[in-house]
Write a protein that binds this ligand. Structure first.
Ligand code: AMP
Length: 443
């Protein structure tokens, strides 16, 4: 879920922070909360798990420290044990975080400790034993300490992963997951990352966050290095079905995911694909959890190679070998797009994400490209070329002129797809070159 509060609070006092924190903020010279602080602080205080994209320099550190401190003030505990654990990738970042934490907590009784490599191991063992309320650590050193000391993270209320994308890049994924195993499963978890379009971030969010809210503030320039993204234009649903069938019969993939916006469409697409000899299953929110698990196992074990799914059902789907994602319907927004394509392009593998776009969806895909600061390649299967070639006139934003957002797409009944026998024999094997179309959409 992407949240965009209609009116953001304009001052720290309006964020309902306690007086000692307001005093500290004033002493540090912060006159107004930054955008990430305005959005994240109320959400953290409401107890939400969060996935936040925010860069260094945006004020993200105080965006999680302030509500963390507020939480500790609001819920004093006589229990022994660390209550807030913050993981960050480097010593430098951890030290800066520690300093900012001390400055913000200066008028409270709350105490923080710092666990980083290169510092006295014995002293840090003492910190773990003392179970300070707030622990700020780099994953590598914390894991080393955990091998010798058993920490009390079972009363942990808040786990914060700062610069999570960098932690993954530095190879801390396993260390983080091992640390998480020591933590209270009922904790609140916040995941901060400079980008959400990192192959591992969506998967980490799936594993660690519970019914989370996504806050995307920065532009998401970097793209998915290992996912080739493209769009294919289509005239209507039946044209899309032909393109989909062609892709599933001709592209080179091990496992594929096809996304639709509506549950009913998953069923509609399944049968015509099965008729072509493709091994397909569906996954949607109205299925019993047992049934969903069975379907995932079918995909995992290779008994089916294609899943047609809705967004909600596919969250948390982490299966090896998914190297083709087809958006039969253009996702409703950039966050859903990121979540969908995050199913492919695992750490060491490459993937393909293809979005089928009709004239009504053109503006949505333009908006997604602007949101990501990316321009997707436009592909065409020559023998399936349709009449829609993109809007005749475009605004500077890439949007079509004169297309109303509210127009509802007319439903086209599902037709049997005619595919030549030659193609049937080559399911999932052959890769036919496609034509690149000049004049990519503006972003
Ligand atoms: P960060 O993005 O957390 O690394 O913060 C970047 C810098 O902005 C740090 O030096 C903070 O002290 C400062 N900062 C954080 N919040 C505010 C604010 N609301 N007003 C002014 N400066 C801030």
């Amino acid at each position: 879920m992407q949240d965009t509060p209609s009116e953001s609070p304009a001052s720290f006092a309006e964020l309902m922070l306690a007086e000692p924190l307001l005093r500290a903020v004033a002493q540090m010279g912060f006159s107004q909360p930054t955008p990430v602080q305005q959005k994240a602080i109320p959400a953290v205080l409401a107890g939400k798990d969060l996935l936040v994209s925010a860069e260094t320099g945006s004020g993200k550190t105080a965006a999680f420290l302030l509500p963390a401190l507020q939480h500790l003030i609001d819920h004093p505990s006589s229990l022994f044990g660390t209550r807030v654990l913050i993981l960050t990738p480097t010593r430098e970042l951890a030290s800066q975080l520690f300093e900012q934490c001390q400055a913000l907590a200066v008028f409270t009784d709350l105490k923080a400790s710092l666990i980083i490599g290169g510092e006295d191991f014995k002293q840090q063992q003492g910190y773990i034993r003392r179970n300070v309320e707030i622990l700020i650590a780099t994953p590598g050193r914390l894991l080393e300490l955990l091998a010798q000391e058993s920490p009390d993270f079972m009363h942990l209320q808040l786990l914060i992963l700062d610069e999570a994308d960098r932690m993954l890049d530095m190879g801390f994924n396993e260390a983080v997951m091992k640390i998480v195993q020591h933590c209270n499963p009922k904790r609140q978890t916040l995941l901060f990352s400079a980008t959400l379009t990192h192959y591992g971030i969506i998967k980490l969010a799936d594993k660690l966050l519970n019914n989370h809210q996504t806050i995307a503030l920065n532009s998401l320039h970097d793209g998915h290095g290992n996912i080739q993204q493209s769009i294919m234009l289509a005239d209507d649903d039946s044209h899309k079905q032909k393109i989909l069938a062609w892709l599933l019969l001709n592209e080179d993939y091990e496992k594929a995911l096809v996304f639709t916006n509506k549950r009913i469409r998953t069923d509609e697409l399944q049968n015509p694909l099965r008729v072509l000899g493709l091994r397909v299953a569906v996954l949607h929110g109205e299925m019993e959890p047992r049934e969903r698990k069975r379907t995932m196992d079918l995909l995992r074990n290779g008994l089916v190679s294609i899943i047609v799914a809705t967004d909600l059902a596919a969250r948390g789907l982490d299966v090896k070998g998914i190297n083709l994602v087809v958006n039969f319907d253009v996702p409703r927004n950039g966050i859903d797009y990121i979540h969908r394509i995050g199913r492919t392009g695992r750490a060491d593998a490459t993937g393909q994400a293809i979005t089928l776009v009709n004239h009504i969806e053109w503006n949505v895909i333009s908006g997604i490209q602007r949101f990501l600061h990316q321009s997707f390649e436009q592909r065409l299967v020559k023998e399936l070329a349709g009449s829609f070639k993109g809007p005749k006139k475009q605004k500077a934003s890439g949007k079509a002129t004169g297309v109303k957002k509210t127009v509802e797409e007319k439903k086209v009944p599902v037709k049997k797809i005619k595919i030549r026998d030659r193609d049937k024999k080559n399911v999932g094997k052959r890769r036919v070159p496609t034509v690149k179309v000049a004049g990519e959409p503006q972003s």
